[in-house]
Ligand binder design. Structure first.
Ligand code: PEP
Ligand code: MG
Length: 314
């Protein structure tokens, strides 16, 4: 099956009943992107740019960042690249941007909050992305959004740098319950929504993703998380925006039928998982997946959803 999946890796991805699903990969480097393309990825749905910023004493300048992003675009050979703005704070420190001791780092300066507090970092990164050629091949994605005001602040800087051209897409990550519940409001200002299920699960269940004591219970298939994913898709659709998933739930074969059944149309998965998830999508009947997702939403807990999902897979 894996050999067959690899052989068909280059083909575009549709469900058995013909619905187009975009199968992207999460990358941290041009080497990741190359490997992802080899495996049949149709683009990069999440470039973790903080990986380019780690292990150094100073932030990379515009030219250096541009070279890094250009290398990923080149490796993708015409496929789209979604660049996530710097996502540090919480469990992701950066030495040159020290964040004062916080009692609750996960609830403190993280993601978009950090770059809004350091406008030069935001502006440099946007300039670097805009300098990549061909222009428009890179889309921009903002992490850890809790409200429309944060998106509008990023949008204002981007508009200033592009003279209002709006020729580069700007999307948001849905990683907080606030973003999921307010997805319709975000979608009015964003070009797309991509759900970060790792953080969305942490914040919905109030369980620290780095805490081994709760790791066993931290499951994105919890019905409350799935309901928020459904809300996000609904909110996006009201504004004719697509919703994807770039958290690790997208790489979980048991989760994929539920995600697509809820209306997700883009998955960004670990590069190594692309062939398997693509093969799974091709075998999937979307009508059956919708019924399955409805049943999952009615389950009492994540364990019950997993049982149901294992039955569905058979
Ligand atoms: C997520 O939170 O699901 C996500 C994709 O971002 P990260 O894991 O990098 O926080
Ligand atoms: Mg996250």
């Amino acid at each position: 099956r894996r050999a067959d999946a690899l052989a068909r890796a280059g083909e575009e991805c549709r469900t058995a009943d013909g619905t187009r699903i975009e199968l992207f990969a999460n990358c941290g480097s041009a080497a990741d992107a190359e490997f992802a393309v080899h495996n049949g990825a149709e683009g990069c749905g999440l470039l973790r740019t903080e990986l380019l910023f780690l292990d150094r004493d100073t932030a990379p300048d515009v030219a250096e960042q541009t070279a890094d992003y250009q290398a990923v675009v080149d490796a993708l050979d015409g496929r789209p690249l979604i660049v996530r703005l710097l996502d540090i704070g919480g469990d992701k420190p950066a030495p040159y941007l020290p964040i004062e001791g916080e009692e609750n780092p996960a609830l403190g300066l993280r993601g978009v909050r950090v770059v809004l507090a350091h406008p030069h970092i935001l502006e440099d990164q946007l300039r670097a992305i805009l300098a990549v050629r061909p222009r428009g091949r890179c889309r921009i994605m903002v992490p850890m959004i809790a409200g429309v005001d944060e998106l509008l602040k990023v949008r204002a800087v981007l508009d200033r740098l592009t003279d209002g051209a709006r020729d580069v897409e700007l999307g948001v990550m849905v990683e907080t319950p606030a973003a999921a519940i307010g997805a319709d409001l975000l979608a009015a200002e964003a070009d797309f929504l991509s759900i970060g299920t790792n953080d969305l699960t942490q914040y919905t269940l109030a369980m620290d993703r780095g805490n081994a004591a709760v790791a066993g219970a931290l499951d994105g298939l919890h019905p409350a998380v799935l309901r928020l994913i459904g809300e996000t898709v609904r909110g996006g659709a009201l504004r004719h925006r697509w919703t994807g998933v770039c958290g690790s739930l997208a790489s979980d074969p048991l989760a994929v039928p539920i995600l697509l059944g809820l209306g997700v149309t883009e998955l960004s998965v670990a590069p190594a998982a692309v062939p398997e998830i693509k093969a799974l999508v091709r075998d999937l009947d979307l009508t059956a997946a919708r019924d399955h997702a409805r049943a999952a939403l009615a389950c009492p807990d994540a364990a019950a959803v997993r049982r149901l999902a294992r039955e569905f897979a058979r």
